[in-house]
Design a protein around this ligand. Structure first.
Ligand SMILES: NC(=O)c1ccc[n+]([C@@H]2O[C@H](COP(=O)([O-])OP(=O)(O)OC[C@H]3O[C@@H](n4cnc5c(N)ncnc54)[C@H](OP(=O)(O)O)[C@@H]3O)[C@@H](O)[C@H]2O)c1
Length: 234
C-alpha cells in the first residue's frame, strides 16, 4: 500500500525566502512534514508558513558555511528519518564580474557557499535519508559546462559547475546507494537572486521542481535535471 503523505518528511536547507521558501510551501500543500532551515534568529517568511494552521513545519537554524553548525544540526536530528534531503541555499555575485575582476575574497565566498558548503551538508546529513529516499541539491542551468557558449556570470557558473562535479564524485563514491540523487536546475526565476527579468515566476518553477523531485524517488543514481524533468547536459 502506498504511504500517505502524512508519513513523508523533507529536510530542506535554506528556506527563509525565494525558491527554498516556495519549496517548503509546496511540500506543506502536499501534506508533507517539513523540517526547514534559516540562518540566524530573525523572523522570515518560513516562520509565517510555519504559523499557518495545519502546516507541519519545524524550523531549524543553519549557516551552511559554518561546519560547527552543520554538526550541531546533525546531532539535533539524530534518530530522524527523511524521504528527501534537499540543499537549496546559495548565493551569487555581481553577474558582470569576470574572473579578471573578482577579488579573491569574493571568489572564495561564492565557491565556499555554492560548492563546498552544500556538499558538506550532504556529507553530514545524508545518513538521515531513507534507503528509498532522495538526496537533492539546487544547482543551476548555469552549472552546465556544455551549455556555456556565451559566458557571463563566470564566477557563479564556476561555482555551480564545481557543485555538479563534487556531487558526481559523491555519487561515484556511493555507486551502490539505493537512493535517488538530483542536481536541480530550476530555470531563471524572479527571486531576489534571479531579479525582475527572470523568465519564470516562482509559481511556474517550484511546483514543477517538486514534481520532478518526487518523480525520481525510488530510482537510484544521480541525475542533472531541469524543472520540467529534462536532462541538462553536463
Ligand atoms: N533564482 C534563479 O533564477 C535561480 C536559478 C538557478 C539556480 N538558483 C539557485 O536556487 C537557490 C535559491 O535561489 P533563490 O533565487 O531563491 O535565491 P535567494 O532569493 O537569494 O535566496 C537564497 C537562499 O539561500 C540562503 N542562503 C544563502 N547563503 C546561505 C548560507 N551560508 N547558509 C544558509 N542559507 C543560505 C538564503 O538565506 P538568507 O535569507 O539568510 O540570506 C536564502 O534562503 C540557490 O542555490 C540559487 O543558486 C536560482
Amino acid at each position: 500500500m502506498a504511504e500517505t503523505p502524512a508519513n513523508k518528511a523533507i529536510l530542506l536547507i535554506g528556506a527563509s525566502r525565494g525558491l527554498g521558501h516556495a519549496m517548503a510551501a509546496e511540500f506543506v500543500a502536499r501534506g508533507w512534514n517539513v523540517v526547514a532551515t534559516v540562518r540566524g534568529t530573525a523572523r522570515t517568511r518560513l516562520h509565517d508558513l510555519a504559523d499557518t494552521p495545519e502546516s507541519r513545519v519545524e524550523i531549524e537554524s543553519l549557516d551552511i558555511c559554518e561546519p560547527d553548525q552543520i554538526a550541531a544540526l546533525r546531532a539535533r536530528l539524530s534518530g530522524r528519518v527523511f524521504d528527501i534531503l534537499f540543499v537549496n541555499a546559495g548565493v551569487t555575485n555581481d553577474p558582470n564580474e569576470t574572473i579578471a575582476d573578482v577579488t579573491t575574497a569574493e571568489f572564495v565566498r561564492v565557491m565556499v557557499t555554492n560548492a563546498l558548503s552544500p556538499m558538506r551538508v550532504v556529507e553530514a546529513l545524508h545518513d538521515l535519508v531513507a534507503p528509498a529516499g532522495t538526496i537533492g541539491v539546487m544547482s543551476s542551468g548555469q552549472g552546465s559546462v556544455s551549455n556555456n557558449t556565451n559566458g557571463m556570470r563566470e564566477v557563479y557558473r564556476g561555482s555551480k559547475a564545481a557543485l555538479n562535479t563534487l556531487m558526481r564524485s559523491f555519487a561515484a563514491r556511493h555507486a551502490k546507494d539505493s537512493r535517488a540523487m538530483v542536481l536541480m536546475a530550476p530555470g531563471w526565476v524572479r527571486t531576489d537572486m534571479g531579479g525582475p527579468d527572470g523568465r519564470l515566476s516562482i509559481e511556474e518553477s517550484i511546483p514543477n521542481v517538486v514534481r520532478v523531485l518526487l518523480s525520481v524517488q525510488g530510482t537510484p543514481g544521480l541525475r542533472y535535471l531541469d524543472y520540467l524533468g529534462n536532462t541538462v547536459p553536463w
